[in-house]
Design a binder for this molecule. Structure first.
Ligand SMILES: C[S@@+](CC[C@H](N)C(=O)[O-])C[C@H]1O[C@@H](n2cnc3c(N)ncnc32)[C@H](O)[C@@H]1O
Length: 710
């Protein structure tokens, strides 16, 4: 037994609770890695739920009086009793984790409910509006709520189904850009990094359940404040992913600070899962490396002789062999075999009428080819080897590397003829666009966040300000690089801010007729300076007059509505045109659908089946694809079939239900409500194979009980 465990045992003997607490902390410390990222997990994380009615058993904080800008009492209380005293709803509250017991009688209106992440939650969704211009297309959804809980709820609707998660979290700048446990994390906070890491890690761990492990991408954007720690965190959290970091110039003018380099870029981490990878994509000339010979219109022939690292024959006998070409240097005859270690090339006899060409370096020493003879023969057969200017045995041989050969296959270049040596002659690209895979440095004018983030947003929502939206076109490029060809892709952004991601998904849908869908989550935070003003005006979070200034209600939803309708919130046509890949007036809008929801926190106690069902109705619809009609109320006849799913609540009506569901080709899911597993199985067997049967408990909310923060 180590000295520490011995001491813990002694502490336990004296004070059981203290000993156990010490033991728990010791276990946490000893399970830490010796290498990698070590940080305090800051448990538990909590979030205030403005507007949520206070119920018996809730955890609450007592709010400062109206008009006060004080931070207020941060202690947590439990509601023991609710009663009406002199016509006013009053709560008896008991201090949690108190050294000395303490109770108070408080007006219920002065309490705010707090959810700790280890608590069970019963999420619901309430629709707060929709925009429909997309016919039968699936709906983009926007959820106003705490993202940890919203993503938990999505584990029911979208487990393993998301194609791309794109998140742009608060960058932890110290400038009141995010809150931990209801407190802004400022630059002098000694725990600012670990709080941020704990916050991000907790959300990424839940979000990983949503990614399709066979083929999906996670993109996380960040700047210099946290990129080092975030990189390690991502590596530790997703060891199975292939990860790359790209540097993106978002401010060509560079922000100057005395003594520092001008800051002009930020970083995107790309994590690729399963088969996912960057797709060759049509990109403008700006993306193409201008240095030297690459991609400036003609296909690129490379020298077959190896340069760079290990360019010599030593240690690589398999790539030292001759090419036999006609003595006039016009035609290939054949590809020879490696002559082996120590053999003298002068002992090789070329076939009659040919000369042997070797990989001789400029300094006269023996080099090696980039390809083995078997591959060289295949490449020669495909017309992708070419003879350079005749220089005897040092005549240069050129080849098309795999990436260039691919461009012939995918039609970027056409073969328009052949040279005498059998090599292909290819077309020259006229357009300024190239199908290509970019490098890891992006200096693209359209990614300028001021021009195409802030200013573009102002066109959609004149007079409304959102701090640091991404350039619409930068997000669009990220999506295109992975989702070209994936026209039904599902994209999730749970730090959605102004909603750029949904807007970009709509852009790429328009470009290729896609039906991609975005799911956005953002809270309804009011900016720090605005909060102080509202508090002085006697308002509090939860008041309608406060909430209307929150990000989700004031920016995200109106932005998406404006993008789709082509009109500002005042009903004016949006001025200006979209630029770059697809140029058209913004006033044209998009033929897309979107629905807005608010995340609710339900209690399974004393809720009628009807009300409980209404709260989960949207989750059932989302799991079936967020498409078509939603079953919003419990069907009186015992079953109902909508466009993409059906619901059976009276199992005696299984026969007509299965018949109706089977008759509709678009049905994907049958929700069968029963507490009896055998009855569920018997109905499930009667459904066609294409329909997924899902059992729901009769007490609807218990199907959606989550606590992943434990
Ligand atoms: C950096 S912004 C994202 C900006 C966005 N990419 C854009 O282009 O507009 C991060 C957003 O996440 C939201 N957010 C921060 N913490 C959150 C949380 N715990 N739950 C939900 N949203 C959160 C903030 O309100 C903020 O708007």
């Amino acid at each position: 037994m180590s000295r520490l465990t011995d001491l813990i045992a002694q502490a336990k003997a004296k004070d059981q609770a203290l000993g156990q607490e010490l033991e728990r902390e010791f276990k946490v410390l000893s399970s830490r890695r010796s290498f990698g990222l070590n940080f305090e997990r800051h448990l538990p994380e909590s979030v205030e739920l403005p507007g949520r009615p206070v119920r018996k058993g809730d955890k609450v904080r007592i709010l400062p009086s109206r008009g006060s800008t004080a931070k207020g009492d941060q202690r947590l209380w439990k509601v023991l009793k609710l009663e009406t005293v002199n016509g006013k709803k009053t709560a008896q509250v008991d201090l949690l984790d108190a050294a000395e017991p303490e109770q108070q009688q408080v007006a219920a209106a002065d309490l705010i409910v707090v959810a700790e992440f280890m608590d069970y939650i019963y999420p619901g969704l309430v629709s707060t509006g929709k925009v429909e211009r997309g016919g039968d297309k699936p709906f983009h959804t926007v959820i106003n709520g705490e993202n940890f809980h919203a993503v938990e709820a999505l584990t029911f609707t979208h487990r393993g189904k998301i194609d791309m998660i794109y998140v742009d979290p608060p960058y932890n700048t110290g400038a009141k850009d995010w809150k931990y446990n209801n407190d802004y994390v400022e630059s002098e906070d000694l725990y600012r990094h670990s709080k941020w890491l704990a916050m991000i890690e907790r959300r990424l761990k839940v979000a990983r359940e949503l990614l399709n492990p066979k083929d999906s991408i996670l993109v996380v954007t960040i700047d210099e404040k946290e990129y080092l720690r975030l990189g390690l965190l991502l590596e530790q959290t997703f060891p199975e992913a292939r990860m790359q970091m790209v540097s993106v110039s978002i401010n060509p003018a560079a922000v100057a600070r005395a003594g520092f380099f001008g800051r002009s870029d930020e970083y995107y981490f790309f994590l690729m899962f399963g088969a996912a990878g960057v797709k060759p994509t049509p990109l403008s000339e700006e993306w193409i490396t201008t240095k030297g010979r690459t991609h400036k219109g003609d296909i690129r022939w490379d020298l077959l002789r190896k340069s760079g690292s290990s360019p010599t024959r030593d240690g690589h006998p398999e790539t030292f062999y001759p090419f036999f070409i006609s003595s006039d240097g016009k035609k290939f005859h054949s590809v020879g075999e490696p002559i082996g270690v120590g053999a003298n090339r002068k002992d090789t006899m070329p076939p009659k009428g040919t000369i042997a060409v070797w990989p001789i370096r400029k300094n006269g020493t023996e080099g090696r080819w980039r390809l083995k003879p078997s591959t060289a023969r295949e490449v020669l057969k495909a017309g992708c080897l070419r003879i350079g200017e005749l220089k005897g045995q040092s005549t240069p041989i050129y080849y098309l590397a795999e990436g260039e050969r691919q461009k012939i296959e995918d039609g970027t270049y056409d073969v328009i003829g052949k040279r005498e040596d059998g090599s292909v002659i290819t077309s020259t690209l006229e357009s300024t666009e190239r199908v290509t895979v970019p490098g890891t440095q992006w200096r693209i004018g359209s990614h300028d966040a001021t021009q195409y983030g802030t200013r573009l947003l102002l066109k959609l929502l004149p007079d409304r300000r959102f701090p640091f939206p991404k350039s619409l076109f930068a997000v669009e490029d990220v999506l295109r690089l992975f989702l070209v060809g994936k026209r039904d892709a599902l994209v999730l952004d749970f730090f959605a801010g102004s909603g750029t991601t949904a807007h970009a998904v709509m852009r790429i849908n328009k470009q290729d007729g896609g039906r991609r869908q975005s799911i956005l989550v953002t809270n309804n935070e009011v900016a720090a300076d605005e909060q102080a003003k509202l508090r002085k005006g006697n308002l509090r979070p939860g008041d309608a007059e406060w909430e209307k200034w929150g990000i989700c209600d004031y920016i995200t939803k109106p932005r998406i509505e404006a993008a789709i309708t082509g009109k500002t919130p005042d009903g004016e046509d949006i001025e200006g045109d979209y630029k770059f890949t697809d140029e058209f007036p913004m006033a044209e809008g998009f033929e897309e659908n979107a629905e807005f929801f608010t995340l609710t926190y339900e209690t399974p106690v004393a809720v009628s089946h009807n009300r409980a069902f209404e709260r989960i109705a949207a989750l059932l619809w989302m799991r079936a694809g967020s498409e078509g009609r939603r079953i919003q109320k419990l069907p009186v006849k015992g079953w109902e079939v909508a466009d993409t799913y059906g619901l059976l609540i009276d199992l005696d009506k299984a026969a007509p239900f299965c018949k109706a569901a089977g008759a509709k080709r678009t049905i994907r899911i049958a929700y069968i409500v029963t507490d009896d597993e055998r009855r569920f199985q018997s109905v499930a067997r009667r459904l066609p194979e294409a329909i997924e049967p899902i059992r729901l408990y009769e007490s609807y909310l218990t199907n959606f009980r989550f606590s992943m923060g434990r």
